[in-house]
Design a binder for this molecule. Sequence first.
Ligand code: AHR
Length: 324
Amino acid sequence: MDRKILLGVIVIALMLAVAGCGRKGDEQSDTRLVLGFSQIGSESAWRIGNTRDIEEQAEVYGIGLMLENANQKQENQIAAIRRFIAYKVDAIAFSPVVEEGWDNVLKEAKDAGIPVILVDRDINTEQDGLTTCLIGADFYKEGVMAAEYLIRKADSLGLEHINIVEITGTENSTPMRQRQAGFFDTIKDDDRMSILESIDGDFLKSRGAECMRYLLDRYGESIDVVFSHNDEMTIGAIPEIEKANLIPGKDILIISIDGGQEAIDVLKSGKINCVVECTPKLGKALMETALKLKNGESVDAVIHPEEQVFSDEMNVSAIAPRGY
Ligand code: AHR
């Protein structure tokens, strides 16, 4: 047998095993809803928590989940979506690594009559109506909340000039674009604030460290604030600040996003000043939406979870365990 065909047969067989049910239309198949979900990868504690939550909620709701991890590659996500279409799943969900480049595969899903749910991140398509809804955080608001914290902190410390470096998430991803836009829009009329540089850290701890080394080499002690788009990069950056004989949380204010347990522990130690929450717990809303679609019910176009800010303005010892 041709190697490609053999590989395809193995992949379909594995998917059947994962979903725990027969192909739709088989005599032995059960009536469970089958949801194909293409996850971006495992780049952060947030992402791992998000995958775990979706798996747990699929169990709770009795949904057959076909989960594929794309290892940060858009082409892997497109291939996964094509496999879900070939399998005739009831619904497809995916967390798009970037915003552009989805039109073709989503037209194929639409032609096959399979509804598509965006999880976590948004996309830009030329054609409207290729997806049914988006379940994910309001990233713009997260950027606004990060900037509002900084403005309050600057007021309370009586700071007159503030040099900010920004370590951003994956270029062309929704959280990168919207967190930056929310932050910039909120500080733009505050004369004290200057952005020294924005640099792409790709949401990775190793890149957070590399970016911080570069920024310290270039700007040294003139950096007053690090605004990092996720905890992973923040946790990578902090030891670099210490190696440069500067005190994170004091010499340089640190603002992060996500609110995973590790970052909250660092906040409690005083090395992070503020963490804006981005919850990975999207599984319940995803399963409820998939069931509604299967039953022909209408669904909300956008579902944003409630999120909060953790910071040195509060009693941080009272923050409950985060679960991711
Ligand atoms: O899309 C959500 C972002 O992706 C999280 O902030 C980050 O940690 C993750 O990798």
